[in-house]
Design a binder for this molecule. Structure first.
Ligand code: ACM
Ligand code: ZN
Length: 605
């Protein structure tokens, strides 16, 4: 009898493992019930949709299924009952989720996705696509899922100023946002090191502000190269990206920085600054070649600065249908304003006590202009200094306190503390990782972030719109490295933003991530391959160590070398714990199924 129980238990455990591998949905849904059996996907399955306004969703699903499984499904508006094996997409107003939620039912005879709005169907399709088995099979496990996001703001910042990326790459990134059920693409388009958006009224933004005559080395050497670097996106390209994102239920929020991070624009039009030359050096302005914060900023005492910014914003607002415009506001040292007669006169005329109040006045003036066009502003948390309006949304990045304070004051807040959600930080040991910015934001740190501060009441917590990951690109000159920094941390972000708090579990996430790695590989995403994990135990008899290595992806091959031998693809394959003698060194790396490898780690350090 006991044997029977044990066998049954083992069978159940095994089934659970198999199922867990099949579903492995990221971000984890609100409720998921796994059932017996499979729906068999084949070329005679038809996607049926309830109304022409859903045609684009059926096309999207058809194209993705083709890419993922090789099958060519047809789609039809309101396919009659009993006609064929079908995947049906329907809008049903009684579906009790928020506007982005959905029901997904997979049975042996068909698949039903229901939602009360098209965005919900879109996310139901994303889940269905994840359910498609990773390798070579067309079977979709029978499940019943009820799902909806926890937060309305699920975003990523893409810094395009420090480095340029192709439109094709930006679209690939947008596809991945959608795939992770994220819905905000914060596009950082203007900064000291380059102006990236075509503004027809100001051609020197394209001719001058878009290019720098050198770039700080990012390979550890000190100094600056002398290679002209830059570019910009035409208004046509921007419209194309915005439309591409919109068709994936993603809002693109442009960021036009002010009053700081504006050296590129000032170089093109020096009348925008407080003086005719760079603050503190007296040198002519130049599009900044090095990273860090500049003391040159837009003059707050000069009305033509506001004419310029309003003209720029007018063109920007015509390109971006987003509800929000991000106006920056961070890292603006006020040294130049303190010495500028025009800025000081402005303060005296209006009766402002200090430069923080001058910045607050500057931002409010711009906010008023943006509000008149029916849009709202977002600013980095520094816009709170000197006071802000009730309608502004802040982005908390230096920590979580500003977000907490904003929500207590009744302002909306987006949470992006650099301690957890800056993806330009290291995600592993600095000694073996490619060069990154100094901070440390590994996967488990990202995953542990909770956007709602415990000091907030339920009512105040409604002002926390969600969490946002930021990728600043000072050190990220290539598209492959960009993906290395984003993936898989974006998967952790998606669970912060989408998954209900009580469903978040890092150990479970790590298991599902093993499947997600395979999906990334199939999609040609250059995610970071984690190095093998190492565990060491002293052996009692001598001073040797037993070294145990494990593969976090469960799909790679671990290779190692002992002594001074360099590690290569011909190094021995790890299978059992290795005995390491005193003073011996071991190197090891994970070789993944997509032909790439992790960084080489070593022991002892
Ligand atoms: C920021 O990271 N300067 C917003
Ligand atoms: Zn000034």
């Amino acid at each position: 009898m006991l044997n029977k129980i044990i066998i049954t238990f083992c069978f159940l455990l095994f089934s659970a493992l198999v199922i867990a591998q099949h579903t492995a949905i990221i971000p984890a849904p609100k409720s998921l019930v796994e059932k017996e059996g499979f729906f068999e996907l084949s070329n005679d399955v038809v996607i049926s949709y309830s109304g022409e306004e859903l045609h684009h969703l059926a096309d999207y699903a058809t194209a993705f299924i083709k890419e993922f499984s090789g099958l060519s499904l047809r789609n039809r508006n309101n396919l009659k009952k009993g006609f064929a094996k079908k995947i049906s997409l329907s809008i049903i107003s009684s579906v009790k989720t928020n506007k982005e939620g959905y029901f997904l039912e997979v049975s042996t005879s068909g698949i039903n996705i229901k939602a009360n709005a098209p965005a919900g169907l879109f996310y139901g399709i994303q889940t269905l696509l994840q359910l498609l088995a990773v390798q070579g099979t067309h079977q979709i496990l029978c499940v019943s899922i009820i799902d909806e996001p926890r937060f309305p703001w699920r975003g990523m910042l893409f810094d395009n100023c420090r480095h340029m990326y192709s439109v094709e790459f930006i679209k690939k990134f947008i596809d991945q946002l959608a795939y992770h059920k994220l819905n905000k693409f914060h596009w950082h388009l203007t900064d000291d090191q380059g102006w990236r958006i075509e503004i027809k009224k100001y051609p020197r933004l394209q001719e001058v502000a878009a290019y720098r005559n050198g770039t700080q080395f990012i390979d550890g050497r000190k100094g600056v190269d002398s290679i002209r670097y830059g570019g910009f996106y035409t208004q046509q390209q921007i419209k194309d990206v915005v439309a591409y994102a919109a068709s994936r239920y993603i809002e693109v929020i442009p960021e036009i920085e002010m009053p700081g991070h504006s050296v590129a624009a000032i170089t093109a039009y020096p009348y925008l600054a407080c003086s005719t030359a760079s603050f503190g050096t007296g040198k002519p302005f130049e599009v900044r070649k090095v990273w860090g914060v500049s003391k040159d900023l837009y003059c707050a005492g000069n009305d033509s600065v506001f004419t310029f910014l309003q003209n720029v914003l007018t063109e920007v607002m015509q390109l971006f249908p987003s509800q929000y415009i991000h106006i920056g506001g961070d890292e603006a040292p006020h040294d130049a304003w303190k010495e500028c007669l025009k800025c000081q006169k402005r303060m005296k005329d209006i009766g402002l006590k200090n430069e923080d109040e001058l910045q607050s006045w500057f931002i409010r003036r711009i906010e008023k202009f943006i509000n008149l066009k029916g849009k709202k502003i977002i600013g980095w948390e520094e816009i709170m200094n000197g006071g802000m309006t009730k309608s502004a949304t802040i982005q908390s990045w230096l920590g979580v306190e500003s977000g907490l304070q904003a929500a207590k004051n009744g302002n909306d807040a987006i949470m992006s503390p650099y301690s957890h959600l800056y993806f330009d930080g290291y995600q592993g040991d600095e000694k073996i990782e490619p060069l990154a910015i100094g901070y440390w934001t590994p996967l488990d740190t990202v995953y542990s972030f909770e956007p709602v501060h415990p000091a907030l009441t339920k009512e105040e917590a409604k002002h926390i719109l969600g969490g946002q990951g930021n990728l600043w690109t000072e050190f990220i000159a290539t598209e492959d490295y960009f993906e290395y920094m984003v993936f898989p941390r974006i998967a952790a972000l998606s669970e912060i933003d989408w998954t209900q708090k009580d469903k978040r579990n890092f150990d479970d996430f790590k298991k599902r991530l093993q499947t997600q790695y395979q999906r990334y590989a199939r999609q040609g995403v250059h995610f970071r391959i984690p190095p093998p994990q190492i565990q060491t135990n002293y052996l009692s008899a001598d001073s040797a160590l037993a070294v145990t290595l494990s593969d976090p992806t469960a799909k790679g091959i671990i290779r190692y070398s002992i002594g001074e031998n360099e590690l290569s693809e011909n190094s021995p394959v790890y299978s059992v714990p290795i005995k390491l003698l005193h003073k011996q060194k071991i190197r090891f790396a994970l070789f993944y199924i997509d032909g790439r490898k992790s960084s080489t780690d070593y022991y002892p350090k």
